[in-house]
Design a protein around this ligand. Structure first.
Ligand SMILES: C[C@@]1(CC(=O)O)C2=NC(=C\c3[nH]c(c(CCC(=O)O)c3CC(=O)O)Cc3[nH]c(c(CC(=O)O)c3CCC(=O)O)/C=C3\N/C(=C\2)[C@@H](CCC(=O)O)[C@]3(C)CC(=O)O)/[C@H]1CCC(=O)O
Ligand SMILES: NC(=O)c1ccc[n+]([C@@H]2O[C@H](COP(=O)([O-])OP(=O)(O)OC[C@H]3O[C@@H](n4cnc5c(N)ncnc54)[C@H](O)[C@@H]3O)[C@@H](O)[C@H]2O)c1
Length: 293
């Protein structure tokens, strides 16, 4: 039986015709932005998020209000020149070039210069000449989601962003920050790259992420990280947050492998039930013995 369209698209392997989705590291790299209108202001914000150094070329006359604000707010990051693009010398030593012009011929010319110089370029008005496209973005701390329609429908990308945003709690970024802290401390405890230790580290980290939910991961403060490493990593187990907190109350470390019922459950919680059961059994025995007599 054929898959329903929804199932088919969810499971379909890529067959080409797409683009490579990567998180390009631009820290301290040089980015030339040509144009200072609204689109340029959005480019500036995206590039600033990536900690790049911007050279901006655009006559002051056509600057968008947001572009002006960004120039004023980031003097150390944005070097602004009140002039038009002048020629090939401008792209020398650039790691990336972005054009956002109301002049398609100039834009095309800049793209061609970049191609010759092997500098990656995006022209907001000429998709065919772009080395890469921008996409709609959702950002929450280290969580970065890009939605791309590969040039087919930018407005659709913006609409998909809204849908995805409403499916997120807004707490994922914080949880990921804590997971990052846990991973860093785990790597300090169990250093090295690859090999059996590397495989064990990856498996354990994956299990923690699989079994703790976002709200629990947010609670991984430095104290809980230490406990999780002592009681989890060191004992080849993945205790729950509840178990770690139980230990905190009792003020003493204890092994909590998730495979062992007595150890994995908070044993003290079962004590009242076990006590009641024992009391009940004793009473029944007494009544039974009394009747016998
Ligand atoms: C996603 C987003 C990111 C961003 O810009 O940062 C983005 N465009 C956005 C909005 C948007 N852009 C346009 C409209 C009007 C409605 C419409 O046309 O749909 C709207 C809607 C709006 O403003 O809401 C007009 C437009 N866009 C392009 C052209 C040139 C052309 O197609 O020829 C024209 C003039 C077309 C004409 O003249 O008719 C080209 C591109 N725009 C892209 C990205 C790249 C493909 C991304 C993809 O397909 O996923 C690509 C190829 C190149 C690039 O820019 O890198 C951002 C939403 C961000 C957000 O809201 O979060
Ligand atoms: N990719 C997208 O998402 C998207 C969305 C909307 C529009 N666009 C396209 O992007 C382009 C820019 O849009 P905008 O709204 O920012 O336009 P805009 O008219 O507001 O800005 C153009 C800017 O380019 C500057 N400029 C013109 N020639 C220059 C030169 N030779 N050197 C330096 N600066 C120069 C102008 O002074 C102005 O600041 C347009 O072609 C538009 O069709 C793209």
């Amino acid at each position: 039986m054929a898959d329903s369209p929804a199932c088919a698209s969810a499971a379909a392997p890529s067959t080409g015709g797409g683009s490579l989705l990567i998180a390009w590291q631009l820290k301290e790299k040089h980015v030339l932005i040509v144009g200072g209108g609204e689109v340029a202001s959005q480019r500036i914000e995206s590039v600033l998020t990536a900690d790049a150094l911007i050279t901006l070329l655009s006559p002051t006359k056509g600057l968008h209000a947001r572009t002006k604000e960004l120039i004023d707010a980031h003097p150390a990051r944005i070097t602004y020149y009140d002039r038009r693009f002048s020629g090939p010398g401008e792209i020398h030593k650039m790691d990336m070039v972005l054009t956002a012009l109301d002049d398609v011929n100039r834009s095309r010319e800049i793209c061609e210069l970049c191609r010759k110089a092997k500098v990656p370029v995006n022209a907001a008005d000429i998709p065919d000449l772009c080395d890469f496209y921008f996409g709609a973005q959702i950002r929450d701390g280290p969580l970065q989601i890009m939605i791309s329609t590969n040039g087919n429908g930018p407005r659709m990308a913006a609409l998909m962003k809204k849908r995805l945003q409403s499916a997120l709690s807004g707490k994922e970024g914080e949880a990921i920050v804590r997971v990052g802290a846990l991973r860093a401390q785990l790597k300090e405890r169990a250093p090295g790259v690859g090999g059996a230790l590397g495989r064990k580290r990856m498996k354990w980290m994956s299990e923690v992420c699989n079994s703790w939910d976002v709200d629990e991961l947010r609670q991984l403060d430095d104290v809980n990280i230490l406990k999780l490493l002592d009681e989890g990593w060191e004992k080849d187990a993945v205790p729950t947050l509840h178990q770690l907190k139980g230990q905190q109350k009792r003020n003493g470390p204890r092994a909590s492998p998730s495979s062992n019922f007595l150890q994995s459950s908070n044993f003290s919680e079962w004590l009242p039930a076990i006590g009641s059961f024992a009391l009940g059994a004793a009473c029944t025995t007494l009544v039974f013995l009394a009747r016998k007599r």
